[in-house]
Design a protein around this ligand. Sequence first.
Ligand SMILES: [Zn+2]
Length: 120
Amino acid sequence: MMACPLDPEILVFIMEPEGGLERRFELSHAFSVYGSNVPGPFIVIDARLQRQPWFTEDHLLVLIAHELAHILRFSPDELQADLLAMRLLLEAGYLGAYALLREEHQRRLDSNWYERPVAA
Ligand SMILES: [Zn+2]
């Protein structure tokens, strides 16, 4: 567990896919838990990502920023989450992560990913 580097009030749990999380991680390798019935919103990240050779601290920051944006917007909207996440990363000076997310955002625009039926 760690505090979110972009918002220390939010906790980030890096979890192995067990205890029911296996199926949740099939939808997405990261998700946020928030809502009017959740007193302390938090972020969950699939621990297997950190064992991927391509996975860097910047990738982790992108995931965290995206999930934090869902929490701050109180919304599952993926386009809005990416736009806010890019702003958060830029304002915090995480330029490598910002560049990664900007590229991913462009790919998502080009492939109509934001219009897909199931968001995660
Ligand atoms: Zn999302």
